[in-house]
Design a binder for this molecule. Structure first.
Ligand SMILES: CC(C)(COP(=O)(O)OP(=O)(O)OC[C@H]1O[C@@H](n2cnc3c(N)ncnc32)[C@H](O)[C@@H]1OP(=O)(O)O)[C@@H](O)C(=O)NCCC(=O)NCCS
Length: 175
């Protein structure tokens, strides 16, 4: 499907491209990011980036994608991503996101999430958004609360990462 470019304050959201690999490796190969992400390994290699961009661009090319990921682009560089997963048209979707460390605490993700929620409501008629965070991810929890999400509960051993199980908080925003 055709994914638009959305304008934020000092950045844009635009579709992922195959040549985003270089920026993904530069910024995602960072323990301070991977520790909060279920599916980002550390170290993050060129083959991880290649595989992910190929899968994501392929899925987005479908008529009814289950996943849509936007690149957060600032000064011509990909500095993060924000995506909708498990999309069920006219019902619900899950959010996942990360931002490169040099850009933290400037309000970027709060704004990026605001934009993607608006887009998802218009394009897919989403009524319920969810996000899951590690219990220790207070930064992500703040961004969700600032966007009107509420904590709905504790999901015990919801995350399995590197052979270990972790509890997660479930956050949701319902229209
Ligand atoms: C979590 C993350 C996306 C936040 O992005 P960001 O652009 O820095 O967030 P914002 O600047 O919009 O911050 C929004 C609020 O959260 C607070 N916040 C952000 N990071 C924080 C942190 N690490 N600890 C505590 N509060 C934090 C900000 O201070 C701000 O609150 P304020 O307006 O009252 O000052 C970013 O730190 C990140 O990518 N982390 C690693 C990956 C990750 O955790 N992804 C989410 C997985 S669920």
């Amino acid at each position: 499907m055709k994914i638009p470019t959305l304008r934020g304050r000092g950045f844009i959201l635009r579709p992922i491209r195959k040549n985003d690999e270089k920026d993904l490796i530069r910024y995602l190969d960072n323990k301070k990011i991977s520790r909060y992400m279920t599916r980002i390994p550390y170290p993050y290699t060129s083959s991880d980036a290649k595989k992910w961009t190929a899968e994501t661009t392929k899925e987005q090319g479908k008529k009814n994608p289950k996943t849509i990921v936007f690149a957060i682009e600032k000064n011509g560089e990909l500095v993060g991503t924000v995506g909708l997963f498990e999309i069920k048209i006219n019902h619900r979707a899950a959010l996942a996101y990360w931002l490169a460390e040099p850009f933290w605490k400037q309000g970027i993700m709060t704004d990026a999430i605001h934009l993607i929620l608006r887009y998802a409501r218009r394009e897919f008629y989403i009524k319920r958004f969810i996000a899951r965070t590690f219990l220790f991810n207070t930064g992500s929890q703040s961004v969700l609360l600032k966007n009107g999400f509420q904590k709905e509960g504790l999901l015990r051993k919801d995350i399995r990462k590197n052979g270990k199980f972790y509890d997660a908080y479930l956050f949701a925003k319902v229209k």
